[in-house]
Ligand binder design. Structure first.
Ligand SMILES: Cc1cc2nc3c(=O)[nH]c(=O)nc-3n(C[C@H](O)[C@H](O)[C@H](O)COP(=O)(O)OP(=O)(O)OC[C@H]3O[C@@H](n4cnc5c(N)ncnc54)[C@H](O)[C@@H]3O)c2cc1C
Length: 555
């Protein structure tokens, strides 16, 4: 017997990207099926350790940021990044990132100034995914088919017919949907099926990763623990992430560029050298993985009714914690556009925006990550021989190395630009006005309302976050109460486009807001700005809902 089911959207893969996409779509009123080969709530392997501020902003909108922040490391565990000669050796420098207990009060670190209601959060993916899974599963409109693998699909003008199997019972499963999204990870079968090709750099670096339990490790340091501890010495450099904050750790041993075979490096020797411990030290391997860091981006993100999202569409070295976080940004972008189309207020053209907007950003982030990985490789391979020497010469070598490591890495661990600086500069949905968005770097950005930029965040006079006060879809921010929002409101009503008008009262309005009216999209990017409603408000509304191909034809 075949099991036949139907939903507006089928998501293949219930990793962090698929689950975020499913929850957001469902909250916008769309029925979603998620097919996932893993068992219900089964955690993934130990991978991502950093949830970016931008992702936390998305989680806040979905209603899961509080639960997420309450999970992971113990509340008072340092979130710092420490650079040392070995894990148990001398500290060279430390990037201060507040623990989650003091995340909202301690502004002293390099990311303390960030203009957001949701600072970043350090948590491993093994804790993150069950929280996200529980939230998605409890969201009305989401059906998760655990232990279900999608094997093939066809599409036509009516929808997508996907076929798979229930891995427990062996029963055939058929799903009919309007759209299908491949969130099926780096080996994505959906990507291959739509004919998308990955291109870029095949090998940026090789890494031996080991997840281990060592109850005695922390007592050997005598120092304040850190979230990430990098070891730099001439024998073997690597880094260690605190996973439970007590006895479990994830260690990455970055192979040198001349070490092209994983087996050429003794794993146990490398672990002991990075930790700075002898043969008397006991640890238990929980899992291990050898992986190649790449920089690959798909040449297309869509074939008609089928899209790819997250690792399915891009893969790179997870520098700056921007593997999962970039995928969640993809999901946020695709979600509102797809929901708008399915809910009937956007035209078919809205679906062209996802690839036009996300592919250039993905390309950019992949290069930031690769360049950073290469710079770090140079640091590891150029460690001064005397870095562990006693006396003034050793101290000077440690001081110089510590400063260089701080300066290089504060950019990736406090990457304001990657969080808030990216903008969409070639989108069919955005009404550009001639002012270019400010350029940004991994660690720097300038808040701006140039169309395409992230809507700058501030706190409203009544204490609410701007983002909490904005509507679920488009929001017209009004900074001058006399500015006439009427024509835009009427045009939106004529086309059925959901528009909230918000009088943005605050003493803290950032200088970036220079116009009386700013139209913010459902994903908190600026679509248009002006001092009064445009002369042809209907044309603007049509543009932002994807009806731009034929001005005389309104879908
Ligand atoms: C060692 C390491 C460290 C990392 N550190 C970071 C970090 O610090 N920060 C960061 O942002 N990222 C990091 N990443 C990257 C991050 O883990 C990935 O980017 C993230 O998991 C991608 O999420 P995803 O949902 O796109 O894909 P995945 O997490 O791969 O999820 C895909 C899901 O699809 C399911 N699936 C596949 N095929 C099918 C099918 N046919 N039918 C049904 N289900 C299917 C799989 O079971 C899987 O659950 C790291 C990665 C590695 C390897």
């Amino acid at each position: 017997m075949t099991k036949n089911i139907e939903a507006q959207v089928l998501i293949v893969g219930g990793g962090p990207v698929g689950l975020t996409l499913a929850t957001d779509l469902a909250q916008r009123g769309i029925s979603v099926i998620v097919a996932e080969t893993r068992r219900r709530g089964e955690p993934p392997s130990v991978k991502c350790n950093h949830v970016s501020s931008r992702t936390m902003e998305i989680f806040r909108r979905l209603g899961v940021s509080k639960a997420m922040r309450e999970s992971g490391l113990p509340a008072d565990h340092a979130n710092d990044v420490s650079y040392r000669t070995t894990f148990t050796g001398e500290e060279l420098s430390r990037i201060h990132i507040p623990s989650r207990a003091s995340r909202y009060t301690d502004k002293s670190g390099p990311d303390g100034w960030w203009p957001t209601a949701e600072p970043p959060h350090r948590i491993n993916q093994i804790y993150l995914e069950p929280v996200l899974f529980a939230h998605a599963e409890a969201t009305q409109g989401v059906t998760i088919l655990s232990r279900t693998r999608i094997d093939e699909f066809t599409q036509d003008e009516h929808g997508v017919n996907a076929k798979g199997v229930d891995l427990e019972s062996g029963q055939e499963v058929r799903v009919f949907s309007q759209y299908m999204i491949g969130c099926d990870g780096g080996r994505s079968a959906v990507r291959k099926a739509i004919g998308a090709k990955l291109s870029g750099t095949d090998v940026v670096g090789r890494v031996q990763s080991t997840y281990f339990r060592a109850p005695d490790l922390l007592s050997r340091t005598g120092n304040t623990p850190a979230w990430a501890t990098f070891s730099l010495n001439p024998r073997r450099s690597g880094n260690v992430y605190a996973i439970d904050g007590r006895e479990t750790f994830l260690l990455h041993n970055y192979l040198r560029s001349d070490e092209v075979e994983f087996d050429s490096v003794d794993r146990d020797w490398a672990i002991r050298t990075i930790l700075g411990v002898g043969d008397d030290f006991n640890y238990e391997i929980l899992s291990k993985e050898d992986w190649i860091g790449r920089r690959l981006v798909a040449d297309k993100f869509r074939d008609r009714r089928v899209f790819i999202c997250g690792d399915a569409s891009h893969l790179w070295v997870p520098m700056a914690g921007y593997g999962m976080n970039a995928g969640i940004a993809d999901a946020m972008n695709l979600s509102w556009q797809l929901a708008a189309r399915l809910n009937g207020w956007a035209a078919e053209g809205v679906l062209a925006a996802y690839e036009a907007e996300r592919q250039p950003i993905t390309e950019q982030v992949s290069r930031f990550a690769m360049n950073h990985a290469i710079a770090l490789q140079k640091e590891r391979e150029g460690v001064p021989a005397g870095i562990e020497a006693p006396g003034p010469a050793g101290e000077e070598a440690r001081r110089v190395a510590g400063q260089a490591l701080y300066d290089l890495n504060v950019k990736q661990y406090c990457c304001a630009g990657l969080n808030f600086g990216y903008y969409y500069d070639a989108s069919p949905l955005i009404a550009y006005d001639g002012e270019a968005a400010p350029s940004y770097a991994m660690d720097r950005f300038t808040p701006s309302t140039a169309p395409g930029c992230r809507t700058p965040h501030f706190w409203l006079a009544d204490g609410r976050s701007l983002y909490d006060a904005m509507g679920p879809e488009y929001t017209l921010l009004r900074f001058d109460p006399t500015a006439d929002a009427g024509p835009l409101r009427e045009a939106a009503a004529r086309r059925g486009l959901p528009l909230t008008v918000l009088d943005a009262q605050s003493d803290e309005v950032p200088d970036a807001y220079r116009h009386a009216l700013v139209l913010s999209r459902p994903d908190q990017h600026v679509a248009w700005r002006g001092d009064r409603s445009p002369d042809d408000a209907l044309a603007l509304v049509d543009r932002v809902r994807g009806c731009f191909t034929d001005p005389n034809h309104h879908e």
